[in-house]
Design a protein around this ligand. Structure first.
Ligand SMILES: NC(=O)c1ccc[n+]([C@@H]2O[C@H](COP(=O)([O-])OP(=O)(O)OC[C@H]3O[C@@H](n4cnc5c(N)ncnc54)[C@H](O)[C@@H]3O)[C@@H](O)[C@H]2O)c1
Length: 360
């Protein structure tokens, strides 16, 4: 593709303003030409602020106006599939925020449409663009861990329920709570670093112990709660046990709200036949990437200080632009994104039925 890539932004909220718009502005040969958001005045305000020539109050109007090569879908989760499909059918490349979709059939339909139209469909798994997660992936790819048989990932927020009473905590618009919102990141990371083993069964549980009581709200939406709009019909903690074809096991835990240390924690750990590796942050402190193994009969441990990286969204967006230009292959494969949605759906199903879910 020669000339500037003309981009439209669908959904002009937090992630659009803080990540996608600045990310495209930082990418050479890209122009943001339109933005759409149904909230009164928001698209125009964002357009004025970021010097974007066209503002619309719906995704449909933005797509119908034409003159665009690619879009970022930054709307609430429930719209990801329909808006991605509409954009692909309009001949546009799509960068869709996570989670890809709120159901497996929706995710499959997105992939089928990308295949039919031949346009790029990338899912914004931002954390794959972090130098520290890439280091862990390099270790695994280089065989330093041997065969991974047990891995574990978690992201526990103490007090971080986003947008209380907004789409985030309303299942019909979000598809789910913390599991879909932040669990998706660490599930994807764990699977990607482990080389996407094939999942065979999933056991999951979900809880909502804080949200329904209006506790542990993040920096978002507290006024909404005070006004009495208290919709919270999603999970604020989820946990899962996932078995894979080769016998590997992954455990996952994630919360928007839980009685853990201030600052919460996130971690990812791999145990393999040759070595183990992990990275974590706890109570606001970052711990480096660590590797544990044996050398000539004694312990061999290494600690590597890799920056978690800044502006990983910008890196992600530059990668998307390279894919549009045919200079790179999608880092997030469609089958991988689909596997993540299948597991997340199975966790919710298992939580509902109290039984394990078999994945064929
Ligand atoms: N990759 C990440 O790290 C990351 C971080 C934050 C959010 N996200 C994802 O980005 C998406 C948006 O999250 P956010 O934090 O910006 O939320 P937000 O509430 O700040 O913004 C969402 C925007 O979408 C608009 N909107 C509502 N319905 C719409 C529709 N039908 N069409 C177009 N726009 C519509 C809202 O008016 C709002 O302006 C979510 O899917 C979220 O999971 C990803």
């Amino acid at each position: 593709m020669s000339g500037d890539i003309r981009v439209g932004i669908i959904g002009a909220g937090g992630i659009a303003q803080h990540a996608h718009i600045p990310g495209y502005k930082d990418a050479p040969g890209v122009k943001i030409v339109a933005v759409a958001d149904p909230k009164e005045g928001r698209a125009q305000k964002v357009a004025d602020h970021f010097d974007i020539p066209n503002a619309y109050t719906s995704a449909e109007d933005l797509l119908a106006a034409g003159g665009i090569d690619a879009v970022s879908i930054c709307s609430p989760n429930a719209f990801h599939a329909s808006q991605s499909i509409a954009a692909l059918k309009a001949g546009l490349h799509v960068l869709c925020e996570k989670p890809m979709a709120i159901s497996v059939p929706d995710a499959e339909a997105m992939i089928a449409t990308a295949k039919e139209t031949g346009k790029q469909l990338m899912i914004g798994m931002t954390n794959r663009f972090r130098p520290d997660t890439q280091t862990l992936r390099d270790y695994a790819q280089a065989g330093m861990l041997g065969d991974i048989y047990y891995f574990k990932a978690g992201w526990l927020r103490r007090s971080g329920i986003p947008g209380y009473g907004s789409w985030f905590t309303t299942k019909s618009q979000s598809g789910g709570g913390c599991l879909l919102d932040i669990g998706v990141h660490y599930l994807d990371l764990a699977l990607w670093i482990a080389g996407f083993p094939k999942p065979v069964s999933v056991t999951g549980t979900t809880f909502a112990e804080f949200g329904p009581r209006g506790l542990a709200l993040g920096n978002w939406g507290e006024d909404i709660y005070r006004e009495g709009k208290q919709t919270f019909d999603v999970d604020d903690l989820a946990t899962a046990f996932i078995r894979f074809e080769g016998g590997q096991v992954l455990t996952l835990e994630v919360s928007w709200a839980a009685h853990v240390g201030e600052g919460g924690e996130n971690y990812i750990r791999f145990l393999g036949t040759k070595g183990g590796a992990e990275m974590s942050s706890r109570n606001g402190a970052e711990y480096p990437v660590r590797y544990f193994s044996d050398s000539f009969g004694s312990s061999y441990d290494s600690t590597v200080y890799v920056s978690p990286g800044r502006n990983t969204h910008w890196t992600e967006i530059k990668h998307f632009v390279s894919c549009i230009r045919g200079e790179a292959e999608l880092a997030i494969k469609h089958e991988e994104a689909l596997t993540v949605i299948k597991i997340l759906s199975a966790i919710y199903e298992s939580a509902k039925t109290g039984k394990s879910v078999q994945l064929s």
